[in-house]
Each structure stands twice: as structure tokens, then as C-alpha cells.
Write a protein that binds this ligand. Structure first.
Ligand SMILES: Nc1ncnc2c1ncn2[C@@H]1O[C@H](COP(=O)(O)OP(=O)(O)O)[C@@H](O)[C@H]1O
Ligand SMILES: O=C(CO)[C@H](O)[C@H](O)COP(=O)(O)O
Length: 552
């Protein structure tokens, strides 16, 4: 019997989502309904520009706090499985699994190089110069945010204090499943997407030798993983007694091989039954759906039956998200983080904060209502007719794959009041949507055919962000019934590991549901097409400026 009939007693799954700024947990039933939610901020250190570090011990402690909260008062026998997703940050442990420092300060509490860390620029430049064939499977250019450049940086910069003592290098999602089960097997998702592992051929010895990390080949990849499992597979004997006590869950509970956070978000949204909403994708294959996970960063997850090579877009990755499908992942390294940066760095931010607090609103809810106030009779998006932003303040992930690109703002005036802040915030939100449009165009030029966007992540809670994505791409945007769709994705893993569902696809169909559909205001298309022309001119000009300055 497929679980979830109303007569079925509650079967619950725990999903844990380790994001950049916080750790979240949810208790989810077999229909994908969230019964409980908890969040806990987690420390980040930025000891030097572009160095971003965390502590795996802090992260595990936060996982324990939020998991205990969501199962409070629940009959533990009704909990059937546990799934983790996390950012693709690099965790470093010694041979006894104790943290090792990833910094010159020798602080072993900070043993995680975060996904957005850009320290390994010269290493990734040398890796890309090899033009090794594995690079075809990351869009042709390896990102500084992937693991090989960071590992090479550790070998070249922290030889004695870290590299020589290292016993285990984990992607954060795999660290969590190891911490829970004691099993060091890695998820196919993390190794394929961030480590150059091939589902078909495994590790490529020639790549690691060519880039100067032949160490891994010599010990048969024991430090980075030589046992690989599909996401959702049940690990070992499930929760160890120690982890069970830490988490407040029953020992032996099924624990799934994990997913990277964007991939969990994709699982949480892309399989929803869209019938009854008058959407084009109702009569189209699931490959017409693009999942966009919009948090600190944004990840654009498109799937296909056959591999599609999209220059500057990560992948194609086989079975890294939906089993049996190839995946291409576009991305913008800073989206939520960029909006926070622009708003918090503006002269009128203190006034905004005071006014939002007085109204018991988030600063974004206040800004959205302030824009509605000042727009008068025109559509709100038209307020940026002479203010334009290029969003690559942390380099361009996709589709330009150029970490040297910088942010741009044009159209500034002498005033720095709340109106100016609101319009700059709007122009930044639009710039992110234009970046999405550029990624979709690159994916479609290579063979994808996208008709509908499925958004999740923190920014999907911002109505202006969602409407601008619809208006600027011209596509309808679907928001899930459960706004915490990444957690539903993690819970889907736990549901699969428990054996309650025969496949990830079956769990996806059962546990993700359409909540709201936001249609584009096509009457405004001409305005956004003109803004998009300006958007593309910005990066063209930026490249011209760089060429002039580089010239003699
Ligand atoms: N209700 C909201 N309205 C507007 N923005 C939001 C809201 N909630 C979160 N955000 C923004 O989303 C981003 C964090 O998203 P989240 O998915 O929690 O991130 P992560 O997974 O990277 O930790 C932040 O930039 C934050 O400002
Ligand atoms: O590269 C990634 C996914 O492939 C990172 O994990 C992601 O960009 C970070 O996610 P978030 O912005 O939600 O913290």
C-alpha cells in the first residue's frame, strides 16, 4: 500500500537542512505536510577577504538542537527516517575524525571551508588551464567554489598543520550522514557535482595526478570516498546510539545518503502534480520545469533524459538530483546575500530598520510596501527606468563562469533617502532576475526547453522577488504548498531510506504539492526587454574597462 492514505496512521520523517546562515529541521508526514519546524543560526567566520569558514562541531550541535525541537511530544515509533541536505562546504578531519584547522591561525574549531569561499583562485586557474576532460562535466570551467581547488590550496598552504594530518575530507552533506551513522560512504550527489566523480567511471586518476593531488590515487581515494551511494539509500544500520542520543531520535532509525541543499530543494518542488492550474507544463515532461533554489545564493536546476553540455553551466551530472535524469545547475553565488548587502550598506538603512521595527515588519516587507507607495500609477518595476545593477559582486558562476567579474550600479544621484534605498533594492532584485534570464537562455541554447519556474528558498518568501522573476523571464512561477521545500526534499530522502516509498520519484510525487502560481505581467514585457538590453551592455562595458586598464 502506498503510505499516505488518510486512514494510514501518521508516518513521520525528519529533514535537516544546513544552509549558509542557519540550520533548519522539519517533521514531515507522508503527504509532505510540515508538522513542526525549527531553525538555529550557525556561526560563520571571514578571517580574511574571500575566506569563509565554519565549524563542523557548531553545525552538528545546531542540528541536534533543531531536531530535538521538531520531535518534541511525538511518539518516536512514528518516525520512520532521517535525511540531511547541506551546502557544499568542505569539512576537514584527522585520522581520528577530529577537526583540523583550515586557516593560518591554526584554529581547529574552524575546520570547514564554506562553499562561497574564494581563496583558491590560483589553484582553480591552474586546474582550468589543464583543460582535462572532467572539466566538460562542470560546464567547461571548474568553479573556485568546488572542492579540488580548495584541497589543492590546503596542500600548498597548510601542509604541516592540516594536509599531512588529514584523514578525511567530507562534503558537508556527507559529514552529516557520517556523523549520524558512522558510515563514511559518500552520496553520489556530492561527489559527482563537486568532486569530479563520474557515476559511470568513478574517479579519474589522471585528473588528480595532473593537478598535483596524486595523494588521493595512492591511497585509493580513502580520504575522499571510495564507497558511493545514491541519494536516499539507507546507510549502514541507521542512527548510532550516540547520534540518536544527540538528536533525540531512536537508535537504528533509517538515515539516507544525503543531498547538497540546492538538489534537495529541487526534489522538494519539481515533482509536484500541476493539474488544475492551467499551466503549460501540465502537458509537458518534467524536463520543462526549472527548479530555482533562492537563498544566500541561487541555484537553477534543470534536468534532461540525455546529457546536455551547457557552456558555463555546471554539469551535466547523472542522477545527482532525480535518479535516472541528467542535471545541469546554473547559479548565482550571491543573491539573498547581495540583496542584504545592498540594503544594509545603504545610508538610509538605519531609518528603514527603525520604521520596519515600528511596524513589526521585516525590512523587506517594509521596502515592498514603500515601493507600492512611491510607484504612483506606473507598474512598480518601472521605478528603475534609470537605475541599473549588474549583480556579480562575488564573481559570475553562470553562464559567464568568470570569477573576476564585479558588481555595477549606474544611475546614482546625490540623494540617499529611503526612496533611493527602495529603488536600489528593486534594481538589485531585478538584476538577479535578469541573471536568471541569462542562465535560462544559455540552457535553452544548448538544448533545454523550460516553460515553468519552481522557486523555493528564503527569497521565495519575498513576493517582489517572485513577481520580478515571473515578469523578467516571462514564465509562470510555482511556489510549493510548503514554503520550506528544501526541508521537504530532505524528508523525501528519509522517506526513501525508510523503505516507505519504492523510489525517489514516487516520494516526490506524493510529498511535493503546488501552493501558489504567480503569472508574469506580459503587458510589461517591452520595458523589461529594454532593461535586459541595458543589463547586457553593463557586462560588455565592464569587460571593455578591464581591457583598457590591462592595456599598456
Ligand atoms: N521572509 C523573507 N522575505 C524576504 N527575504 C527573506 C525572507 N526570509 C529569508 N529571506 C532572505 O533569504 C536569504 C536566506 O535564505 P535561506 O534559504 O534561509 O538561505 P540559506 O539556505 O543560504 O541559509 C537571506 O538573504 C534572507 O534575507
Ligand atoms: O553550490 C551550492 C549548491 O550546488 C551551494 O551549496 C549553494 O549555492 C549554497 O546554498 P545557499 O545559498 O542556500 O546557502
Amino acid at each position: 500500500m502506498i503510505p499516505g492514505g488518510d486512514q494510514e496512521p501518521g508516518r513521520y520523517y525528519v529533514g535537516v537542512d544546513v544552509g549558509t546562515g542557519s540550520v533548519r529541521a522539519a517533521l514531515v508526514d507522508q503527504r509532505g505536510v510540515l508538522l513542526a519546524f525549527a531553525a538555529q543560526p550557525v556561526n560563520q567566520w571571514e578571517p580574511h577577504f574571500n575566506h569563509h569558514e565554519q565549524s563542523s562541531e557548531d553545525i552538528w550541535a545546531a542540528c541536534c538542537v533543531v531536531t530535538k525541537k521538531v520531535v518534541q511530544g511525538i511518539d518516536l515509533n512514528q518516525i520512520r527516517g532521517l535525511g540531511f541536505d547541506a551546502t557544499c562546504s568542505l569539512v576537514v578531519l584527522d585520522k581520528q575524525f577530529h577537526p583540523l584547522p583550515v586557516n593560518h591561525e591554526g584554529d581547529s574549531h574552524r575546520n570547514v571551508i564554506m562553499w562561497l569561499d574564494h581563496r583558491a583562485v590560483s589553484q582553480v586557474h591552474r586546474i582550468n588551464e589543464t583543460q582535462h576532460s572532467v572539466l566538460q562535466y562542470v560546464g567547461g570551467v571548474m568553479s573556485v567554489e568546488m572542492q579540488a581547488p580548495k584541497l589543492l590550496w590546503l596542500k600548498e598552504n597548510l601542509r604541516e598543520t592540516c594536509w599531512d594530518k588529514a584523514g578525511h575530507f567530507f562534503d558537508l552533506p556527507d559529514f552529516l550522514s557520517w556523523k549520524a551513522t558512522g558510515v563514511t560512504a559518500r552520496s553520489l550527489c556530492s561527489l559527482v557535482c563537486k568532486w569530479t566523480y563520474s557515476a559511470e567511471k568513478g574517479w579519474d586518476d589522471s585528473f588528480w595526478k595532473m593537478i598535483g593531488l596524486e595523494d588521493f590515487v595512492a591511497d585509493n581515494y580513502s580520504k575522499i570516498g571510495n564507497e558511493v551511494l545514491p541519494p536516499g539509500a539507507s546507510l549502514g544500520n541507521g542512527l548510532t546510539p550516540e547520534a540518536a542520543k544527540d538528536l533525540g531520535l531512536p537508535a537504528g532509525l533509517a538515515v539516507a545518503a544525503s543531498l547538497i541543499d540546492a538538489h534537495a530543494g529541487g526534489l522538494g518542488v519539481i515533482g509536484a502534480d500541476v493539474r488544475g492550474h492551467g499551466l503549460a507544463c501540465e502537458g509537458q515532461p518534467v524536463t520543462s520545469r526549472l527548479a530555482i533554489i533562492c537563498g544566500t545564493s541561487s541555484c537553477h536546476m534543470g534536468i534532461s533524459k540525455d546529457p546536455i553540455f551547457v557552456p558555463g553551466v555546471w554539469g551535466p551530472y547523472f542522477s545527482a538530483m532525480v535518479p535516472g535524469f541528467w542535471l545541469n545547475e546554473g547559479g548565482q553565488s550571491v543573491t539573498g546575500k547581495l540583496i542584504d548587502h545592498m540594503v544594509q550598506g545603504h545610508a538610509a538603512f538605519p531609518e528603514l530598520q527603525a520604521k520596519a521595527t515600528a511596524r513589526c515588519q521585516s525590512v523587506y516587507a517594509y521596502l515592498n510596501s514603500h515601493l507600492d507607495l512611491i510607484k504612483k500609477a506606473q507598474p512598480v518595476g518601472f521605478l528603475t527606468v534609470d537605475l541599473h545593477v549588474w549583480p556579480d559582486f562575488h564573481g559570475n558562476r553562470s553562464p559567464l563562469a568568470d570569477l573576476t567579474l564585479k558588481g555595477m550600479v549606474t544611475g546614482l544621484k546625490l540623494s540617499q533617502d529611503l526612496d533611493d534605498l527602495a529603488i536600489l533594492y528593486l534594481a538589485t532584485v531585478q538584476a538577479i532576475a535578469f541573471g536568471t534570464r541569462l542562465i535560462i537562455e544559455a540552457m535553452e541554447a544548448a538544448g533545454h526547453s523550460v516553460s515553468t519556474l519552481f522557486l523555493c528558498g528564503g527569497l521565495s518568501k519575498n513576493p517582489l522577488f517572485v513577481q520580478m522573476h515571473a515578469d523578467i523571464t516571462g514564465m509562470p512561477v510555482i511556489l510549493s504548498q510548503e514554503v520550506e521545500s528544501v526541508l521537504v526534499g530532505a524528508a523525501i530522502l528519509g522517506a526513501c531510506a525508510s523503505g516507505d516509498f519504492a523510489s525517489v520519484q514516487e516520494a516526490m510525487a506524493r510529498m511535493s504539492k503546488v501552493g501558489k502560481v504567480v503569472f508574469p505581467r506580459l503587458e510589461d514585457k517591452r520595458f523589461y526587454d529594454k532593461k535586459y538590453q541595458v543589463f547586457m551592455k553593463l557586462v560588455e562595458h565592464q569587460k571593455e574597462y578591464a581591457a583598457i586598464m590591462k592595456g599598456d
